[in-house]
Design a protein around this ligand. Structure first.
Ligand code: ATP
Ligand code: ATP
Ligand code: MG
Ligand code: MG
Lengths: 223, 223
């Protein structure tokens, strides 16, 4: 599903050049659940942003389902994102003008899902994430962990083929964190491919294997 | 140092009334290192915001160093915050228009610290937090964990009497998380009072005792 070859990403500020991704090459098969771990600043979010077509690499190739996608224009990338991907951002990126219900519903509107189906699918996730009592709140009126659970609900509601989750339990207590991991596990068992950045080895234990990064490179080659 | 009596905080949206703090009463002595734990949404950040004079309670009393502070006007509260408190926010709240160096330096400017002293104190923290190579970056150019470390550096640079830390290691790998906890431990051993919200029992182990919350109330009474 994912084939990445010599992927490179360089950031330049006035004074400093950072190689955030350093000639990365790896594959992820459809249906896999892969963790990505490594120290703060080593390139995990950058990798997820490239895989999620939110960012273009400086060099190298990214094949998604056999199609080279790294050089597509924004319109084409946005289309793939809306149809096939679900993204849980490290800083949530909820839409402040929409309430919890509307934030979760949005991907289904993009996919032209009928209103009654949307209502049912959003309701199921509100319940699973323990957010029914918050559905009309706005993001600024939620706790950190509640915002994180809305971000997760939004990423999974459209049943995407690929879920990219950037530290999905960072703001959650053990019980809510476990509920999130159980949900991801269920989705994976139903066929969803998952790439998850985590600092938590207990979360990583839910995955099939772990890619370890350091200074923009992969430092273990499990496959 | 902190004496709280029947502290209450109610949030109202159009449809829902939430009692985020429910008649809380407790003391924290000067020099203590106290953890606050509890499920997502139970009121931990709300408590920290009230203790940090960022938010006013709906009812009850808050004595800080013997002075009732919950009904002070914004100017008086801002003065106490700048002189005596350091706050690590759950979502960092860095100033986007300032670079890393300037974000960390800001509390010292509020305290009229001389320029050469400011430079030295900021440099020490940049080094301790592993951010020397990022000092001219802007927050948007940092990884999540780097932003968190800037937030921590900013909270401690002015040597405040009281540090309020809301999940200070949530975005950090084990090594960086341990460095942060060791820094907090050092500051506490030098006399700083610390109240830290955490979901991580390993972090809580650095504190003297843990206050457990549930639905806005304290559910253990260790003291
Ligand atoms: N501005 C607001 N308006 C309405 N409700 C609010 C507001 N801010 C917080 N709440 C509610 O108050 C409750 C407590 O929020 P708080 O942020 O203190 O939780 P928390 O314990 O820090 O949770 P987490 O571990 O997820 O960060 C939550 O249920 C939240 O939805
Ligand atoms: N827009 C940018 N401009 C300059 N440098 C950047 C930019 N975005 C990220 N970086 C740098 O690239 C490196 C990788 O960042 P990335 O966000 O991928 O790290 P990460 O592994 O997700 O870290 P964390 O665990 O702290 O979230 C960091 O050193 C960061 O400072
Ligand atoms: Mg990251
Ligand atoms: Mg909180």
């Amino acid at each position: 599903m994912i084939h990445v070859h010599q992927l490179n990403k360089v950031y330049r500020t006035d004074e400093i050049e950072t190689t955030a991704l350093d000639q990365l090459s790896f594959n992820i098969e459809e249906g896999e659940f892969v963790s990505v771990m490594g120290p703060s600043g080593c390139g995990k979010s950058t990798l997820l942003n490239v895989l999620g077509l939110l960012d273009t690499p400086s060099g190298g190739q990214y094949f998604f389902n056999g199609q080279e996608v790294s050089t597509l224009n924004e319109k084409a990338r946005a289309n793939i994102r809306k149809q096939q991907l679900g993204f849980v951002f490290q800083s949530f990126n909820l839409i402040d003008e929409l309430n919890v219900y509307e934030n979760i519903e949005l991907p289904l509107i993009y996919q032209d899902v009928a209103a009654s189906d949307r209502a049912e699918r959003v309701r199921v996730l509100l319940e699973q994430m323990g957010l029914l009592h918050r559905k009309k709140h706005f993001p600024q009126q939620l706790s950190g962990g509640q915002q994180q659970r809305v971000a997760i609900a939004r990423a999974v509601v459209s049943h995407p083929h690929l879920i990219l989750a950037d530290e999905p339990t960072g703001n959650l207590d053990t019980k809510h964190g476990k509920e999130v991991m159980e949900l991801l596990k269920e989705l994976n068992e139903a066929g969803t491919t998952i790439v998850m950045v985590t600092h938590n080895p207990e979360d990583a234990a839910y995955s099939h294997r772990t890619i370890r990064m350091l200074d923009g490179a992969i430092v273990n080659h499990p496959f």
